[in-house]
Design a protein around this ligand. Structure first.
Ligand code: HEM
Length: 209
């Protein structure tokens, strides 16, 4: 039986069963590397022509200058997209998305946010995500689709004019790309803090159990 907090008596809770299959672990860690390279090179590209009144510190950018950063960004793009396609295809075909990320119910999200804020949100069963995790994981996957689509629209605005038009043209795609990056970076900060607070979840994403 599944409770609102995701604490269940499902098999695999405290046993030696696999929580994250090998393909999830491999694609997850490749994705973490690809996202870091994309963000750091993206910030260098942004610095060459800032959208807003600030630039990113050189210490956290990659590429050294605009042309170098573009090379990194396009190389890491292939890693991000191909790896993402492998994960999404396998997770969809194996029913992982349906099993682990759905359904997402507003009432459960509100309940679990309240529980988290008052320190009552347990992770007794690492095999089951709570409603906040489901929402955040589904949200970051969606942000991944948006950031890739808006990036493609800026890369080939003529060949992919219909896609670019969806974002209101090149400038619109640039804004959407920036805000999707911000959402992903904020997600990663919260996500890494949570992983460090629950080391057994980190172990499971490395060893699978
Ligand atoms: C060094 C950085 C990262 C660490 C330490 C980390 C750690 C983890 C851990 C421990 C889990 C399992 C959560 C649990 O069972 O409670 C997880 C799952 C997940 N992480 Fe990360 N992560 C990192 C980077 C990222 C990045 C960059 C993304 C995407 C932008 C991401 C997206 C996800 C998603 C979508 C899941 C759920 C996967 C599934 O169950 O199919 N992670 N991460």
């Amino acid at each position: 039986m599944t409770s609102m907090t995701g604490s269940t008596a499902e098999p695999g809770a405290r046993t030696n069963t696999i929580i994250h299959p090998l393909y999830v672990r491999i694609t997850h860690w490749i994705n973490a590397v690809a996202i870091s390279l994309m963000a750091a090179s993206g910030w260098e590209i942004y610095n060459a022509s800032p959208l807003f009144g600030f630039t990113f510190p050189a210490a956290i950018t990659l590429g050294g200058w605009l042309a170098g950063a573009l090379l990194w960004h396009f190389a890491a793009m292939w890693l991000l997209v191909l790896n993402g396609l492998v994960y999404v295809t396998l997770a969809f075909l194996s029913g992982r998305f349906r099993r682990k990320l759905l359904p997402i119910r507003l009432g459960e999200v509100i309940h679990d946010v309240r529980a988290a804020l008052t320190g009552r949100l347990g992770r007794e069963n690492l095999a089951v995500y709570n409603a906040v995790q489901k929402l955040l994981y589904a949200g970051v996957l969606l942000a991944g689709v948006v950031i890739v689509a808006s990036g493609l629209a800026m890369w080939k605005p003529v060949q992919l004019r219909e896609l670019a038009a969806l974002f209101g043209g090149y400038e619109g795609a640039r804004l959407v790309h920036f805000f999707a990056m911000t959402a992903i970076v904020l997600f990663v900060i919260v996500h890494v803090v949570m992983a460090l607070l629950v080391p057994s979840s980190l172990r499971a994403m490395i060893k699978g159990r």
